[in-house]
Ligand binder design. Structure first.
Ligand SMILES: [Zn+2]
Length: 305
């Protein structure tokens, strides 16, 4: 299924969320802005679309939720494109005011994002005009409690952010940490299942058409994890460590126990679920990341693969 010419999809890797761009005459809107370490790439990819659109100007950034890989380019793009506004989901405002609370998974998970100011909010249920079409903003709490997705009933396209990927969805924390996200994610899948969708543009990975299959796979994965908090905890710390190594590039092996004791998600999850010494936890974390093929040890350094 082809996208209409007023919509551009920019697929990124797993460290930066995908972008969706809309054209309305000479004006362009960007959904989600990637991870800040790679702003150069984001800016170049956005510029390429603006050039394709005969020099359209970037007038608006809309974010689906406040995680680092979706907001990292906001401030830089706004500096570059004078007058570009930033719109955020209304239920994310308190988290943005409290910038860098643990739920935002920034310093708590050893991730970085430049703080930004926003100009406007979108409420669930609101219709947002983008690319000459009407998009319904739908609340998708779970992975992030304030997140929104965008749905066009006419095009039958869903911009699903981290609420649904082709084979899973963004992580939800263990129930022992907070039981609300899991219940919310279940309700989100039910809400999404009621939509008539022909094409999904996800926050990570390629576009896909098998909507009911994706919902089934994501729900099954959620339930598998729902029955086993320890499994969730392992998956979260492993995922966060791999993510950090992807943007850091390398780290001395001897730094890892101190790192695990210092970074909130590792310190707290180890204390609550694994109850290991910092050294034993660091060894285990490293072996898991190596086994996943995402890092390797070269001499005295851990390097991202
Ligand atoms: Zn996310």
């Amino acid at each position: 299924m082809m996208l209409p010419p007023s919509i551009a999809f920019i697929q990124r890797d797993w460290l930066s969320a995908n972008h969706v761009m809309f054209r309305d005459g000479d004006s362009a809107t960007l959904i989600d802005s990637g991870y800040g370490k790679f702003n150069d790439v984001t800016i170049a990819k956005v510029d390429a679309v603006l050039n394709d659109w005969h020099g359209a100007t970037l007038d608006r950034i809309v974010i689906t939720h406040i995680h680092s890989d979706h907001i990292g380019g906001n401030a830089a793009l706004q500096r570059l494109h004078a007058g570009c506004s930033i719109t955020v989901p209304i239920d994310e405002q308190s988290a943005l005011v409290n910038w860098d609370a643990p739920e935002q998974m920034l310093s708590y998970a050893d991730q970085e994002a430049e703080r930004f100011a926003w100009d406007d909010v979108i409420e669930p249920g609101q219709t947002v005009p983008m690319g000459g079409e009407s998009w319904q903003a739908i609340a998708t709490p779970g992975h992030d409690m304030g997140s929104l997705v965008f749905y066009s009933p006419k095009l039958r396209i869903l911009i699903s952010a981290d609420a649904l990927w082709e084979n899973s969805s963004g992580f939800v924390p263990p129930q022992a940490i907070d039981p609300k996200p899991l219940a919310a994610q279940r309700a989100t899948f039910e809400r999404l299942a009621a939509l008539d969708v022909a094409l999904v543009i996800p926050g990570h990975g390629g576009m896909f058409t098998d909507y009911s299959g994706a919902l089934k796979r994501a729900s099954e994965k959620l339930e598998l994890f729902a029955s086993d908090d320890l499994r969730v905890a392992k998956s979260v710390v492993k995922g966060m460590f791999i993510f950090s190594m992807m943007w850091r590039g390398s780290m001395p092996v001897t730094d890892l126990p101190g790192y695990a004791a210092r970074v909130g998600v590792h310190r707290d999850y180890n204390a609550q679920f694994f109850k290991m010494s910092d050294e034993a936890f660091a060894d285990w974390l490293l072996s898991e990341a190596v086994r996943a093929g995402k890092v390797r040890v070269e001499g005295d350094a851990i390097v991202s693969v």
